[in-house]
Each structure stands twice: as C-alpha cells, then as structure tokens.
Design a protein around this ligand. Structure first.
Ligand code: SAM
Length: 290
C-alpha cells in the first residue's frame, strides 16, 4: 500500500463491514492505511477492525453529538492538504449513520468528497430480497408510535416495497404498527444478523409476524433489516389519480361543477380537462360546452 493511493485535501467516506470483518474491501483498507486521520463514530468499535487489518492511522471521534462542532476543524485540516477518512461503527456512513452534515459542509468548503463503497445492511438485505423496481428506504422510524404510523401510512400510499431498519427491542411494536397500515397478506422479509454467525433470512406474511416473533425470543435477537412488499402491486400514479378524483367528488357534493373543478385542480395538480370530464359524470346538467 503506497501513500500515493490517496489524494491530498480529500475526505474519503469509507464503508466498513456490517459484521464479518472479511468484508472490508481492499481499497478501503488501502485508504484507511494511507490517510492522515480516520474519523470514527465510536473509536473503541473501530479499533477492532483497524487492529484486525494492522492499520495504525490516528483515529478521532466524529459522532452525532459532535458532528456540527467537529466539521470546522476537519475542514481546516483538509485545507492544510490532509487526507481524511470517515467511517461509522458498521456499514456505510451517512446511511442512518452520522456523516451527512460533514459531507455537505466539506463539499461546500470546496474540498473533494470521495466514496469508498462496500458493505451496507441496506444493499445486503436488498440483494437477497428478490424485488424489482422502485422502493422506499425509510431507515429508522421515529420511536413515537403516532409519528411511526404516520410515516408508514404515507409510505403505504405508494404501494412500493418499504425497507426499514429497526432495533430488536422495538420489533414487536413495529410489527403491530405495520399491521395497522399494510394489508396483512403483504410479505415481510426479515434479514437478521447479516454476514454474522447467526445470520437468518425469513420471509412470511405480515399477519404472522407478531406470533412468529413471540414464539421464540431468538427470533427478535440481533440486528434487522425489514423489507415489506405490498400484497397487491399498484402503480402509485394510478393511486394518486384515484385520490385526486375522490377529492373532486367530495367537492362536487357541495359546490357547482366549475368551482369544484377549479378547486380540485389547485389541490391535486391534475389537468383541468381530466377533472372536468370526470365531474360531468356526476353533474351532466352543468356541461358548459353545450
Ligand atoms: N450505515 C449502516 C449501513 O450502511 O448498513 C447502518 C447503520 S444503522 C445505525 C444500524 C442498523 O442497520 C441496525 O439497527 C440494523 O437495522 C441495520 N444493520 C446493521 N448491521 C446489520 C446486520 N449485520 N444485519 C442486519 N441488519 C443490520
């Protein structure tokens, strides 16, 4: 590994393993060895990885509590020509982990920010989920039940698969919230302890998830990614159009056709003619084209 393998005045955002230490990429090891400083979420956690790869670069803490304060001094060090790497406890920094703020501020200060891709619980779970097309990654939901349900309800409207991170002690509560929002026939993929000794990947109907979790305490032990696949594939554009037309129908109950159409257009953004044609089914006597 030569020091030419890193550029000066550059922040490297480096993915580290999500469990299996062998998942550090060769490039990541080279960068971590050759930068002047590693910023780590928890220096004790990262010490295990760095020791394993005999990486002796100085390490300093950058976590959610000091990220705002720390950014200015990191930018100063970059301005002096240093190369710096950012790592989190596991996986890719910035994905439900600290890093986004630092990345924004370093880029705004005019320095290069370079990704060194590798492990992430998100991509690992998706790679075995067998789903195609668009999806929604929500990361961790709020710990408040009402906010959690609200976020899930908004996501469910899209009818796209939803990917979540969740801590083991909140899994059962999350399962109940999911059942309150999604069709019980939806499929859930539980990707647990990926790349680790007790890795397991289970797929089941959402309706059975609470009982399955209760059946064995081991079922909710460890780290989890959940992928919820809606029971019926529905185009979100069709869903949005149906909701817009429903708004129009409600307005038509109390307002003349022209006014209802005008308001529905402002509320929903649907084309005027589209709304007008739909409204005529309910109030043909107000057709002004005759
Ligand atoms: N930045 C990380 C990444 O790219 O994967 C995610 C960090 S987030 C703080 C930690 C969450 O990621 C865990 O609560 C869990 O939901 C998920 N996770 C991390 N490692 C995992 C693993 N080995 N198996 C399953 N999920 C994991």
């Amino acid at each position: 590994m030569s020091s030419e393998s890193v550029y000066p005045a550059t922040l490297y955002v480096v993915a580290t393993p999500i469990g299996n230490l062998a998942d550090l990429t060769y490039r990541a090891a080279t960068v971590l060895q050759n930068v002047q400083l590693i910023l780590a979420e928890d220096t004790r956690v990262s010490a295990v990885l760095l020791r394993h790869y005999a990486i002796s670069t100085p390490v300093s803490a950058l976590h959610q509590h000091n990220e705002a304060r720390r950014s200015a001094s990191v930018i100063e060090q970059l301005a002096q020509g240093q190369s710096i790497a950012l790592i989190s406890d596991a996986g890719t920094p910035g994905i439900s982990d600290p890093g986004a703020r630092l990345v924004r501020e370093v880029r705004a200060a005019g320095h290069a920010v370079v990704p060194v891709p590798g492990a992430s619980a998100l991509s690992a779970a998706l790679s075995v989920a067998g789903i195609e097309g668009p999806l929604l990654f929500l990361g961790f939901l709020s710990t408040r039940s009402s906010a959690r349900r609200q976020a899930l309800s908004a996501a469910a409207l899209a009818h796209w698969p939803v990917v979540l991170y969740e801590a083991p002690h909140r899994l059962l509560e999350l399962a109940d919230d999911l059942l309150g929002v999604f069709d019980p026939a939806s499929q859930v993929l539980l990707a647990r302890e990926l790349t680790k000794r007790f890795e397991s990947i289970e797929r089941m109907a959402l309706a059975t998830l609470p009982d399955w979790l209760r059946a064995d305490p081991n079922h909710s032990r460890g780290e989890f990614v959940l992928v919820i696949e809606p029971a019926t594939a529905q185009d979100p554009i069709d869903t949005a159009r149906a909701a817009a037309l429903q708004t129009l129908e409600i307005l038509l109950e109390d307002l003349p056709l022209a006014q209802a159409v005008r308001l529905a257009q402002r509320i929903t953004g649907l084309r005027r003619n589209d709304l007008y044609q739909h409204a005529l089914q309910f109030k043909p006597e107000e057709d002004d084209s005759k």
